[in-house]
Design a protein around this ligand. Structure first.
Ligand SMILES: Nc1ncnc2c1ncn2[C@@H]1O[C@H](COP(=O)(O)OP(=O)(O)OP(=O)(O)O)[C@@H](O)[C@H]1O
Ligand SMILES: [Mg+2]
Length: 343
């Protein structure tokens, strides 16, 4: 009985990565429990949350007037505090974490987040029921998730390319030595493709189709030239549904500017590193993480533009949450040391 009760009141440790397009939750014992779109459907009559994640995404443009689907983050930052808190509460509920467990939460935060954005994120988790919130800079969480020796006096280089934010960092002795970041990411490619489709072909397509065009046709180096794909679209002038043949050249010219900015950001970060750390990076290479790192030929382009070996992490979109989960495991073992001494 005592054992059962003590288990019930054991502090619960939770890792959270609230991203612009996807949110992830993990616990040290049960691994990743939630990895779904950062979306919340709210009943505006009662104020209650109807769905979070995939359920909310499925409701977009299909809801009655009193249900509204929100995306509470843009460019890596919380733009709606209350909805973010409800999203986190929804994640806790889906993971079976009750408010009573008063979870200790470790959360990633983009390195370019302002102190107000950091406070908003922390408060949102507390409003959702967390007891204690620790924030970790996302590139450090990513490096831990990759198993890089972040605490050692050697330079580890990562570029974290998400949907709304991109950041590159050279890490040594547990901190970011040089870093550069942009409030720009994979979603900006979708927006750029949508703009060109409207201007050149006079059509509008669904968000899922934009992403599909990006995944199948876009290449950071224009390698996909000659390929094309037929998709369903709506004409701007008459509103008719038509089939259009989109060629890779159009998609590649749309994504070009964002790709160039991403490469410059990485060059800037590596160029600022002190000589010893630069040597480490040259010897050990740079790893790309985040969903946008999957863009075809991006790793090759970064490698030729920086002169450094570049690889894309396996499952690049879950590296940060895995890193946060490792932090929890370390934390739990350290807390166990405190408990042992606290007799
Ligand atoms: N194969 C692919 N090719 C190109 N882009 C891709 C591919 N797969 C996913 N993406 C893009 O990756 C992005 C999602 O990445 P991720 O899940 O890391 O973002 P996030 O964590 O939600 O955002 P952020 O960390 O910037 O707030 C989306 O823009 C998505 O379109
Ligand atoms: Mg992210």
């Amino acid at each position: 009985m005592t054992v059962a009760l003590s288990f019930l009141f054991m502090p619960l440790d939770v890792a959270l990565d609230i991203g612009t397009s996807s949110s992830r939750l993990a616990t040290s014992q049960r691994g990743i429990l939630f990895d779904e779109p950062t979306m919340v459907a709210i009943d505006t009559n009662s104020g209650s949350v109807v769905e979070v994640g995939h359920g909310a995404l499925d409701m977009v443009a299909r809801t009655p007037r009193h249900v509204v689907v929100f995306r509470p983050l843009a460019q890596g930052a919380t733009v709606d505090f209350d909805v973010t808190a409800r999203l986190i509460a929804g994640l806790f509920e889906r993971a079976g974490i009750s408010k009573l467990s008063r979870a200790r939460v470790v959360m990633s935060v983009p390195s370019l987040a302002t102190s107000i954005e950091r406070r908003a994120l922390r408060q949102a988790a507390i409003q959702a029921g967390a007891r204690e919130v620790s924030l970790i800079e996302a590139p450090i969480a990513a490096a831990i998730g990759l198993g890089l020796p972040v605490q050692d006096p050697v330079g580890s280089a990562v570029a974290l390319l998400g949907a709304g934010a991109s950041e590159a960092a050279v890490i040594s002795l547990g901190g970011i030595v040089t870093g550069s970041a942009r409030r720009q990411g994979g979603n900006d490619l979708d927006v750029a493709i949508a703009t060109l489709l409207r201007l050149k072909l006079g059509v509008v397509v669904a968000p899922a189709v934009l992403e599909q065009l990006k995944i199948t046709l876009a290449s950071a180096t224009g390698e996909s030239r000659g390929h094309s794909e037929v998709v369903l679209a709506r004409t701007v002038d008459r509103g008719e549904i038509v089939e259009v043949d989109v060629d890779a050249d159009l998609v590649n010219s749309a994504v070009h500017d964002v790709v160039v900015t991403t490469v410059r950001m990485i060059q800037e970060c590596l160029g600022d590193a002190p000589p010893d750390l630069s040597q480490d990076v040259s010897a050990r290479g740079l790893t790309l993480v985040g969903g946008h790192a999957r863009l075809s030929d991006l790793a090759g382009l970064v490698a030729t533009s920086t002169g450094v070996d570049v690889r894309v992490a396996d499952e690049p979109d879950v590296v940060v949450i895995k890193g946060l989960q490792l932090c929890l495991e370390e934390m739990s073992s350290l807390y166990a040391l405190f408990r042992n001494a606290d007799r």
